[in-house]
Design a binder for this molecule. Structure first.
Ligand code: SF4
Length: 334
């Protein structure tokens, strides 16, 4: 279960922003300290850069400065593969010192080798990339044996007392029954919870055929989540799961998960690259936000229902009013 201290930190942060009348504030910093990865997944939009870009790294100091600048209570360290970064332990330690709740997103290939660099903490969660059971995951990452390596990594991290979640991206054509079986298997590994999201159709990704369209997404999630098992725990807002099933209409909150990487602050969101700016202030003040999100009519946003765009909307709904809070409690109990 997510520690109460984390829930309290996020709730009090949102309430303080509301009380101050701030319209746009971040919830999760998406920190990409490098783009280099030790896999080459078909649905990835991040690793198609030339070598001289893949060889660049953010320094720990740049990472800490970005976290301080934007002030989000949660930092998701993505990439590329963060465990490839030689100073990932220093980056994590500095963020913990700043009391940030960190989700270190990893394919877990290097987890057993590098786990001694870290100490269990309520602030640190290993968020392991797994897109399904062995067959589906190995196909998704285009390499045999990665599922088993990831499972060994999860077992080791759980045994040592780390917080562990899985993050799972679903693409068109997945079998809902296989996804349900995968959720059972994942929970049996002793993880804290599941993060699940439909994939986004990156224009740079090699496999363009298997991204989900909006209606397919809703239908898929309705089938996966009907008669939801009590043993499944989700590391997501209950309202985001309602949104995925088409039970709630939301628009995106593109500034909710701002992205910082070797190019600077990425406009406008984790998925689109409409330019970069030097400071977080510039990102918030100079991005034409009205041009993004489902309701804007922007074709790049038409089929997007991803976690990094819509979870912030769901969290704001939960903590923004009593009505939203009651809705969340009801969704949690359903
Ligand atoms: S709808 Fe998706 S692609 Fe568009 S701004 Fe939001 S997160 Fe980005």
């Amino acid at each position: 279960m997510v520690p109460l201290s984390q829930i309290w930190t996020v709730a009090s942060y949102v309430l303080s922003k509301k009380l101050r009348g701030e319209k746009r504030y971040p919830l999760v910093l998406m920190l990409e300290p490098l783009f280099r990865c030790n896999l080459a997944c078909a649905g990835c939009g991040k690793i198609q850069y030339p070598d001289h870009i893949l060889n660049r790294r953010l320094t720990p100091e740049q990472c800490w400065k970005a976290a301080e600048e934007c002030g989000a209570p949660i930092v998701s360290i993505a990439g590329g593969e963060p465990l490839v970064h030689k100073e990932i332990d220093r980056i994590v330690a500095g963020l913990i010192e700043r009391k940030k709740y960190i989700y270190l997103c990893t394919n877990a290939i290097l987890l057993r080798k590098r786990i001694d660099l870290f100490k269990p903490s309520k602030y640190l969660t290993f968020s392991i990339h797994l897109d399904g059971l062995k067959e589906e995951h190995d196909e998704s990452v285009c390499r045999e044996g990665v599922y088993e390596t990831a499972v060994e990594g999860i077992r080791e991290a759980v045994k040592r007392g780390f917080r562990v979640t899985i993050n799972c991206t679903l693409f068109d054509g997945v079998d809902p029954q296989r996804v349900r079986a995968f959720f059972d298997e994942a929970m049996n590994l002793g993880i804290e919870g599941i993060m699940v999201s439909p994939g986004y159709s990156y224009q740079k990704a090699p496999d363009q055929e298997h991204f989900l369209q909006r209606n397919n997404t809703r239908e898929l999630f309705r089938q996966i989540l009907k008669e939801r098992k009590k043993s499944w725990k989700f590391n997501l807002s209950p309202l985001f799961l309602e949104f995925l099933q088409g039970n709630i209409e939301y628009d995106c909150t593109p500034w909710g998960n701002p992205t910082y990487n070797i190019f600077g602050w990425q406009k406008p969101c984790y998925l689109l690259q409409d330019g970069y700016v030097k400071s977080f202030k510039e990102l918030i003040e100079n991005t034409p936000w009205e041009k993004y999100g489902y309701r804007s009519g922007n074709p790049k946003c038409a089929n997007c229902m991803v976690h990094s765009g819509y979870e912030a909307t769901a969290v704001n709904d939960t903590f923004g009013s009593w009505k939203g809070f009651v809705k969340t409690v009801k969704a949690s109990l359903s």
